[in-house]
Design a protein around this ligand. Structure first.
Ligand code: SOE
Length: 393
């Protein structure tokens, strides 16, 4: 068998997204026939002891404590940015300038200006065959991709309603510390950019329509939280009232939207929906059918066929596990089901295939910029007393 060309991956960050991405890089060649062999070359983190441990645990051959050293390495062909949003632009721009492909976690950046610079650098780098993509992974769950295929095939007819929520509850406890996702200077925004970005990308992907205007409100329910133990100097079990800090992002974002294909939409992103753990749900209503995707039942779709005989019509449950369904050829027999982590493996498979065939990966940095423009319009609308606000181009 001919020796496959290697693709050296250098990953920045090794927390939740780092673990999900490295699982994908480790497994993708074992389940997909790809023209490139992924090599987990190096992982980067600021704390030497912690990143050395992460390198061993996640399966990387080496580690660095400076992302600039990672980018300089000859064994790195692709930089995978799994660090907080405040680092995305600086690392992506440097990586592209160094001739490295880039996969950047969502949202693309913490501001429109940063996202524009990244999209422009990505466009310029393409001329030299350097590719880039943003990690909106949910569109690569088989049921989400199949939903897009059903809409594109006209099975719902003319789309009229898009109804999307992303509900979590991990911040309901006021004693939850002031983590980086609660600090504007690191995260850029709160629920809006963290999980709202997902439903913006996913609904635009499935419907093929883009959000053109929004009317929004945001809310921060708990404005002050204990500093993390490593900052307050007090152990979490000291029982002493520790130092606190201000929450500078939204806890919840809700908005109405018009899409450029004529559909009207409602969006809700919150981390205060007590009892909802990762409750991303999209419902589409068209002239000929309706469709529901629910992340907490991610191997299924609910489909209502408006063309069926009314006497026997109703929402049917489609089990999206047949070999002919997206990505399923690589996995198990029908009915065995996939999980959250498979979306990252499919993301890796499609990216490696794009790099090997010299095609543009999706979603691109330009797609990431467009999501950033929607996030910006939502924030401007909320700040402007929930005025209807156009999404800039
Ligand atoms: C938020 O808690 C979060 O971790 C997001 O940041 C991820 O993008 C999402 O996949 C799971 O929830």
């Amino acid at each position: 068998m001919t020796q496959r060309q290697r693709l050296g991956v250098g990953m920045v960050g090794y927390a939740f997204m780092g673990a999900a991405h490295s699982h994908a890089w480790r497994s993708v060649n074992r389940f997909f026939d790809l023209p490139l062999e992924v090599d987990l070359a190096v992982v980067c983190g600021r704390d030497q002891e912690k990143v050395a441990t992460a390198a061993t645990k996640l399966g990387f051959r080496a580690y660095e404590t400076d992302w600039k050293a990672l980018i300089r390495r000859d064994d790195v062909d692709l930089v995978d940015i799994c660090s907080p949003g405040s680092s995305h632009a600086e690392i992506a721009l440097a990586a592209l300038a160094a001739g490295k492909h880039v996969l950047c976690e969502k949202p693309l950046a913490n501001s429109v200006d940063e996202a524009r610079a990244m999209a422009e650098a990505a466009r310029a780098a393409e001329a030299a065959g350097i590719r880039s993509a943003v990690g909106f992974n949910y569109r690569r769950l088989p049921a989400a991709t199949f939903a897009r295929d059903l809409v594109a095939a006209g099975r719902l007819g003319t789309l009229r309603h898009v109804r999307a929520v992303y509900l979590q509850d991990w911040l309901v406890d006021p004693e939850f510390p002031l983590a980086w996702r609660l600090r504007r200077e690191i995260a850029g925004s709160g629920a809006l950019g963290d999980i709202g970005a997902h439903i913006i990308d996913l609904t635009q992907f499935i419907t093929g329509q883009r959000i053109s205007s929004v009317c929004a409100l945001t809310e921060t329910f708990i404005r002050e939280r204990p500093l993390p133990a490593e900052e307050s100097g007090l152990s979490a079990t000291s029982g002493q009232p520790g130092a606190t800090g201000q929450v500078t992002v939204d806890d919840a974002a809700l908005f109405l939207a018009r899409l450029d294909g004529g559909a009207v939409a409602t969006y809700e992103a919150t981390r205060f929906a007590l009892g909802r753990k990762n409750g991303l749900r999209v419902e589409l209503n068209g002239s000929d059918g309706s469709l529901v995707f629910d992340l907490e039942r991610l191997n299924e779709l609910e489909f209502y066929d408006g063309r069926a005989d009314n006497d026997v019509s109703g929402f049917t449950r489609i089990l999206v596990t047949e070999p002919g369904h997206p990505y399923l050829h690589a996995w198990w027999p029908p009915g065995h089901g996939l999980g959250y982590e498979h979306s990252f493996t499919h993301q890796a498979a499609d990216l490696v295939t794009a790099l090997a065939t010299g095609t543009a990966p999706t979603p691109s940095f330009a797609d990431g910029l467009q999501v950033q423009l929607v996030l910006d319009a939502v924030a401007r609308s909320a700040a402007d007393g929930s005025a209807w606000t156009a999404v800039q181009t």
